[in-house]
Design a binder for this molecule. Structure first.
Ligand code: NDP
Length: 280
């Protein structure tokens, strides 16, 4: 082998050696200094997501409905814990069903925190009942919160993400957007709609380097869920899940964090179940 050739072979071997060096499987370094908006960040899954992002150095804007004194205290406590992690925090009540409130929340949050790169559409409610007994207001409350709310926030945030050609949106749908059960026609329709919205948003923002995905949790232990759902239904859910357990908010937050990280840069339009195998 002549000298020139052996130099080239050495350079190639160097490169190969370099490329096969082990890399961290999960790289959340890009999250430091970014700004995330989390809807319904004062409790349950939204709170876990906000705390998990803040742990990686992401500044957090979160909204809540302000459905009573307890909800206000929850929001203040979340803000206190976020500040302890030395990230900037913006929070106030904002009803996701109200398009104007959403617009002004997004404008104020991005001004206060210096931009917005991540949106987590998490705020959601249920009002269960057989569909032939369901009142108009029970249908509307659920569809407007779970679906219209996500649309309003996505529409308000999209211009910022488009302009900077970078962003992540994660929608919290549900296994019930994929497989329904008795008494949840409003909830199932809203969560199936949210999956459609996820795919359409992914199509429309893909060319601007924005990843849009959904997470579909199974039964997750949050205070509201544990309080509100009859124990027979939770027992059935536990039996149906092949791992034989309910989830914790942290189980969902970990997957949301992954989807916001650059480790997930090649994933868009996906719906990822976090359900212990409930859908199998
Ligand atoms: P929680 O009830 O614990 O929290 C809901 C959050 O959303 C609260 O911060 C609440 O604010 C806020 N919120 C409700 N309505 C509005 C509104 N109109 N405007 C602004 N904020 C609002 O819920 P979970 O953590 O259990 O659920 C979070 C998401 O995960 C929901 O979308 C839910 O459908 C989904 N999910 C949950 C599962 C579970 O088993 N827990 C399973 C599958 C999906 P406030 O406290 O002021 O009312």
């Amino acid at each position: 082998m002549d000298e020139e050739m052996s130099g080239a072979v050495e350079a190639l071997l160097d490169q190969v050696g370099h490329e096969t060096e082990p890399k961290a499987l999960f790289d959340a370094a890009n999250l430091r200094g970014q700004v995330a908006i989390v809807t319904g960040g004062s409790s349950g899954i939204g709170r876990a997501v906000a705390l998990e992002l803040a742990r990686c150095g992401t500044h957090i804007a979160f909204c809540f409905l302000d459905s009573g004194a307890e909800s206000r205290l929850d929001a203040q406590e979340v803000a206190r814990r976020l500040r302890e992690m030395e990230v900037k925090v913006f929070f106030r009540s904002c009803d996701v069903r109200e398009s104007k409130e959403v617009k002004s929340f997004v404008a104020d949050a991005q001004e206060e925190l210096g931009g917005v790169q991540i949106l987590i559409n998490n705020a959601g409610i249920g009002r269960d009942g057989a569909l032939w007994n369901m009142e108009d207001h029970e249908w509307e409350a659920v569809v407007r919160t779970n679906l219209d709310g996500a649309f309003f926030f996505t529409r308000a945030v999209a211009p910022f993400l488009r302009a900077q050609e970078h962003g992540k949106i994660v929608n919290i749908t549900s296994v019930h957007g994929i497989r329904s059960e008795f008494g949840i026609s409003n909830y199932a329709a809203s969560k199936a709609g949210l999956i459609g919205l996820t795919r359409s948003t992914a199509v429309e923002l893909g060319s601007r380097n924005v990843n849009v995905n959904a997470v579909a949790p199974g039964y997750i232990r949050t205070t509201r869920l544990t309080d509100g759902v009859p124990s027979e239904i939770l027992d059935r859910a536990r039996e149906r899940a092949v791992l034989g357990r309910l989830g914790d908010p942290q189980d969902v937050a970990g997957v949301v964090l992954f989807l916001c990280s650059e480790s997930a840069r090649h994933i868009t339009g996906a719906v990822i179940p976090v359900d212990a195998g409930y859908l199998l």
